[in-house]
Ligand binder design. Structure first.
Ligand SMILES: C[S@@+](CC[C@H](N)C(=O)[O-])C[C@H]1O[C@@H](n2cnc3c(N)ncnc32)[C@H](O)[C@@H]1O
Length: 231
């Protein structure tokens, strides 16, 4: 397990966001693409609790996570609903889908030499998140951290034609990966430059549903910016 992302509180929140903001709106047999499936548990738990008739294509680079996910998928006979590839979505041909969903790597650090290099989100933590908002999917559900330059993500989304349709918030304690001294020190530096927001041991994780703008839609971008920078 040591080599697979492990943060049950965060994974459970991701599951809740998936159900509330995506699966509950999937009335037809939608196709969903997932970046970074980990051990697959968030989607698997959501599928076990919901009647989802479509297909989810997951991409996970870590072979240990990919194997663990496939064992659980087999155990619950979910092979027709959740298919995971041991590759990066960014370097693969992108399946057509109504939604892209991810709890992406969002750790800011000077480089990827950290406890789990695959959790490196670029120098400000938002690089991969912002890349996912550049692919062009119509609806994108992302977990966004308040210490990973959230303003850049909201601005990047807007520049790419997305509005914030809805979001859920979780105050989360710095955990094993974000408390690594090299990472924590870097986050403290980002805070001085207005790129990281937290209070004591707590930061905000938001599950944000971005939607390509259509006229007269709600846009909660300002509200999200206000909350994420409120520490
Ligand atoms: C924060 S973890 C989330 C895991 C899982 N979705 C969860 O919430 O429990 C991010 C995951 O993205 C994976 N990852 C990082 N870069 C990737 C890439 N380029 N392509 C696919 N997966 C990647 C990591 O290995 C890790 O499992």
């Amino acid at each position: 397990m040591k080599d697979i992302f492990f943060c049950p509180e965060e994974s459970r929140f991701y599951s809740t966001c998936l159900e509330t903001l995506v699966l509950n709106n999937c009335k037809n047999s939608e196709t969903i693409v997932e970046f970074g499936s980990g051990d697959g548990s968030p989607i698997i738990n959501s599928l076990l609790r919901n009647n989802f008739n479509g297909v989810i294509h997951g991409f996970e680079l870590n072979p240990f996570g990919w194997k663990a996910a496939n064992l659980t998928i087999d155990e619950y006979n979910l092979g027709d609903k959740y298919i995971i590839y041991n590759s990066s979505l960014l370097e693969s041909s992108k399946p057509e889908a109504k939604y892209l969903v991810a709890n992406p790597p969002y750790l800011p650090a000077p480089d990827n030499d950290i406890y789990m290099p695959l959790l490196f989100g670029g120098i400000d933590g938002a690089t991969l998140t912002n890349e996912l908002l550049s692919i062009g999917y119509e609806n994108v559900l992302l977990l966004v951290s308040s210490f990973s330059n959230p303003k850049s993500t909201i601005n990047h989304a807007k520049a790419n034609g997305y509005s914030v349709e809805n979001f859920l918030l979780l105050p989360l304690k710095f955990g094993y990966y974000s408390s690594e001294p090299k990472v924590k020190k870097h986050i403290e530096e980002l805070r001085k430059n207005g790129m990281a927001f937290y209070s004591g041991n707590y930061y905000f994780l938001a599950g944000v549903l971005f939607k390509k703008q259509q006229e007269s839609r709600v846009d909660l971008s300002n509200e999200l910016t206000q909350v994420m920078t409120s520490f």
